[in-house]
Design a protein around this ligand. Sequence first.
Ligand SMILES: Cc1cc2nc3c(=O)[nH]c(=O)nc-3n(C[C@H](O)[C@H](O)[C@H](O)COP(=O)(O)OP(=O)(O)OC[C@H]3O[C@@H](n4cnc5c(N)ncnc54)[C@H](O)[C@@H]3O)c2cc1C
Length: 454
Amino acid sequence: MAPTWDVIVVGARAAGAATAMLLARAGLRVLAVDQASFPSDTLSSHQVQVPGVSRLARWGLLDALAAAGTPPTRRVRFDAGDLVLEGCFPPEGGVDALYSPRRRLLDALLVDAARAAGAEVRENVRVKELTGCDGVVTGIAGVQAGRTPVRETGRLVVGADGKHSLVARMVGAGTYRGRPAASIACYGYWSGLALEGGELYQRAGLAVAAFPTNDDLAVVFVAVPSTEFDRFRRDIEGSYVRALHRCGDLGDRVRGAIPVERLRTTPDLPNAFRVPSGPGWALVGDAGVVMDPVSAQGIGNAFRDAELLAQAIEEGLGGTRSLDASLAEHWRLRDAAVIQMYELTMRLATYRPPGLAERLVLRALAGRQAEIDRFLGVFAGTVPPRAFFGPANVLRLVGARIGARIAAGSRAPMSAAVQGLDNREGGRGRAPRPASSVERPLPEGNSRRQAQSP
Ligand SMILES: Cc1cc2nc3c(=O)[nH]c(=O)nc-3n(C[C@H](O)[C@H](O)[C@H](O)COP(=O)(O)OP(=O)(O)OC[C@H]3O[C@@H](n4cnc5c(N)ncnc54)[C@H](O)[C@@H]3O)c2cc1C
């Protein structure tokens, strides 16, 4: 029997709703399901970096986000203790601001856009297993509102179901470049906290970000090494406030503000790449690549990945090339797009203070506004980390004499950090189970592709 849908997307937030929207706009029959209902929050602070905002603009959604009262952030202050840099983000695609929309607003906007494009989005549907035939995924089985059974078939099932993806687990998608969780994140909302722009603080063992968000609130995010977990959780509020007091006058300003909602805290912050496709399935967003939120890239990554995957699916199902070939190309493009930021994020998540070489580079920026803006653009995702911290640019910034000192120095500069990480882990990719001619629940571990880079 012909499948009902071209594509079934499991998960309908940043990655899933965006993928469903783009596929439906391309004329495909799309079903997206999520166990959540919308609008709803999820455990995530929500800076959407400039490239992500640029995609929202291109998709025609930025005006609605702004109209809902989401303030743009054009200026940012980077405070490393004895060194403070302030500037604006280099623009991308005509966008020069990041936005921090509440997830209940952003995700609902994407879900509405997917529906408006013609996708069917079903809420309160929990997928419990994949169905398959001859080792190929052919659909989903689950339950709606906790009781009504759901069974659907599609030519492709996309797992947009987040970092603990059921789809990835069921197909046994291999992982590589995995790193153990390194951080604890804790964030809260404050009323009456005046911010002139974004504020980023880096201290030994601490990273803090403060940004304006909807309803005239500020979201203040604190990250510390996961080795601090026991101490932090014994007194979450006290630990959070003490961390802010290490950040100039931010602690005092927060003390003078009004807390809104409870603090949210999590140590569940894995880092990994997963093989993103196999027979009848693909992964997008956190299900495919997840990284520590200390660099606040996940939503923008999800948008970029949605665009890359939707294009690959459109080509593959549309017949302009084989689906296998287009999904393999998606894998290559995805990894190439994300790897530098992943490496930088792993460096940030060590919570080590800048080494001598890094400090020399940062000091060399003093008074050079265009260079400061480019540096800030690294965090905003508009300047590739290697373009800034690569040897040629470092030499250009610090001059040949200091450059030679850096080269001879004992502490590795950040350029080494962003170039040196490539520790692939063996994956769990397994061969498909034996063929079966009837559609049935797919056993876990049904991936044909092994865990290695494309
Ligand atoms: C504390 C914290 C702070 C963060 N801060 C930022 C930040 O400032 N900026 C940024 O860009 N990123 C941030 N991130 C990362 C960001 O939250 C993620 O990268 C992003 O949400 C990924 O989107 P996604 O759609 O792939 O997955 P998710 O947002 O996790 O969505 C997955 C969806 O799948 C659904 N789902 C899961 N399983 C099933 C199932 N079996 N059946 C049906 N539905 C299912 C879930 O209900 C969920 O709605 C942060 C993350 C954390 C944890």
